[in-house]
Design a protein around this ligand. Structure first.
Ligand code: PPS
Length: 320
C-alpha cells in the first residue's frame, strides 16, 4: 500500500499525462461531474450501490476545499492515540482511501478496522449500505466564499480540473453548481438533512481554526475513543498548518507533476478564514450574498460564518 501515489486532495489513480493538452472531458454520474483520469461511472456506481459498509467504518465527507485533508490528519492521529508515526510514514491516501476510485477501493479493502474512508460524494450518491449501518460520518464544511477561493487556486494547479478562465467566471460556475462535485449549496443542504442523527457529526473549518483542542475532544467523544490531554495536545500539534506543510505524507508534494503542478500553486496554500475578502469585489460579494440567501433559505443562521466574531466567541452558532 505504501507505494500507492498520494492524491491527498481528490482521489487516487493513474492520470493521463496529457490531460491538460486537450479539453477536459469530465465523468458524469447522477447529475454531478467528476474529474477524469481516476473517476469512472463504474466505480461511482459501485461506491453507491455495492460498497460494503462496516459498522465501525468512519467516513470523512466534505465538499472540496472544506478541510478534507486536515480532517484525515486529525482522524488518523485520534485512531492512533495521538502517536504521529502513522501520519508521518504512510501517505494520507492510504490511511483514509478515496473508496470511490479503483485504487482507493483496493486500498480500502486492505485496511484493518476501523477504516477511515474519504469522499466528496453528495448524499444522493453516498453508499446505500451506510443508511442501514452503524458507521459514522464526520462532515466538515467551510465558509463557501473561502471554499470558492481555495477551489479557484486549486483548479489552476490540479491537472484533471479545468483551468479557470477568470475569477469571475469561476464564481459564476461555483454559484450555478457547474464545477466538479456539483453545487456547494446542494451538497451542504443535502447532508444537513441528516442533522440530528447520532452517527453524524458536523464540524466546520472555522471551528477547527478557532478551537482545535475542543474539536478534537468532541471528535474523540463521537468516535468513542477518549484520549488524555497529552494525546490530544499531540493531535493538535501534528495537525497545525505548519506541521502539515512539513509532512510529505499529506502536503501533496509527492504527487506527480502530470497530476498536480506544484509550480502553479501550493496545495496547503494559506490555511486561513476570510481569504475571500482579498478576492471578492464589492459587487461579487453582494451577488454571492444574494444567491446564498436564496439557496440557504431554511438553514440560515446556524453557520459560524454567518455570525460576527464576537458572537462566535460567545459560543453562538457553532454547535450545529
Ligand atoms: S481537497 O482538495 O478538496 O481535498 O482540499 P481540502 O483538503 O478539503 O481543503 C484544502 C484547504 O484546507 C486548508 N488546510 C488547512 N487549513 C488550516 N490548517 C490546516 N492544518 C489545514 N490543512 C489543510 C488548505 O490550506 C486549503 O485551504 P486554502 O484556503 O486553499 O489554503
Amino acid at each position: 500500500m505504501a507505494d500507492l501515489p498520494a492524491v491527498p486532495s481528490i482521489g487516487q489513480g493513474t492520470v493521463m499525462a496529457n490531460l491538460h493538452s486537450k479539453p477536459l472531458c469530465y465523468v458524469h454520474y447522477k447529475g454531478i461531474k467528476f474529474p477524469p483520469g481516476y473517476n469512472s461511472v463504474e466505480n461511482l456506481c459501485f461506491a453507491e450501490n455495492e460498497f460494503e459498509v462496516q459498522d465501525d467504518d468512519i467516513f470523512n465527507v466534505t465538499y472540496p476545499k472544506s478541510g478534507t485533508v486536515w480532517m484525515i490528519e486529525i482522524l488518523s492521529l485520534i485512531l492512533n492515540g495521538g502517536n504521529p508515526s502513522w501520519n508521518q510514514s504512510v501517505l494520507n491516501s492510504c490511511r483514509a482511501p478515496w473508496f470511490t476510485t479503483q485504487l482507493g477501493l483496493e486500498a480500502a479493502h486492505l485496511l484493518p478496522p476501523p477504516r477511515l474512508l474519504t469522499c466528496h460524494l453528495p448524499i444522493h450518491i453516498f453508499p446505500k449500505a451506510f443508511f442501514s449501518s452503524k458507521a459514522k460520518v464526520v462532515y466538515t464544511l467551510r465558509d463557501p466564499r473561502d471554499v470558492l477561493v481555495s477551489y479557484y487556486h486549486f483548479s489552476k494547479m490540479c491537472v484533471p480540473f479545468e483551468n479557470p478562465e477568470s475569477f469571475n467566471h469561476f464564481l459564476e460556475s461555483f454559484l450555478s453548481g457547474d464545477v466538479p462535485f456539483g453545487s456547494w449549496f446542494d451538497h451542504v443542504t443535502g447532508w444537513m438533512k441528516l442533522k440530528g442523527k447520532s452517527n453524524l457529526l458536523f464540524i466546520s473549518y472555522e471551528e477547527l481554526k478557532q478551537d482545535l483542542f475542543g474539536i478534537v475532544e468532541r471528535l474523540c467523544h463521537f468516535l468513542g475513543k477518549e484520549l488524555d490531554e497529552a494525546a490530544i495536545t499531540s493531535v493538535v500539534e501534528n495537525t497545525s498548518f505548519e506541521a502539515m506543510r512539513r509532512n510529505d505524507m499529506c502536503n501533496s508534494t509527492m504527487l506527480p507533476k502530470e497530476f498536480m503542478d506544484q509550480e502553479k500553486g501550493t496545495f496547503l496554500r494559506k490555511g486561513i478564514c476570510g481569504d475571500w475578502k482579498t478576492h471578492f469585489t464589492v459587487a461579487q460579494s453582494e451577488y454571492f450574498d444574494k444567491v446564498y440567501q436564496e439557496k440557504m433559505e431554511g438553514l440560515k443562521g446556524i453557520f459560524p460564518w454567518e455570525h460576527t466574531r464576537q458572537e462566535n466567541h460567545l459560543g453562538k452558532g457553532l454547535n450545529f
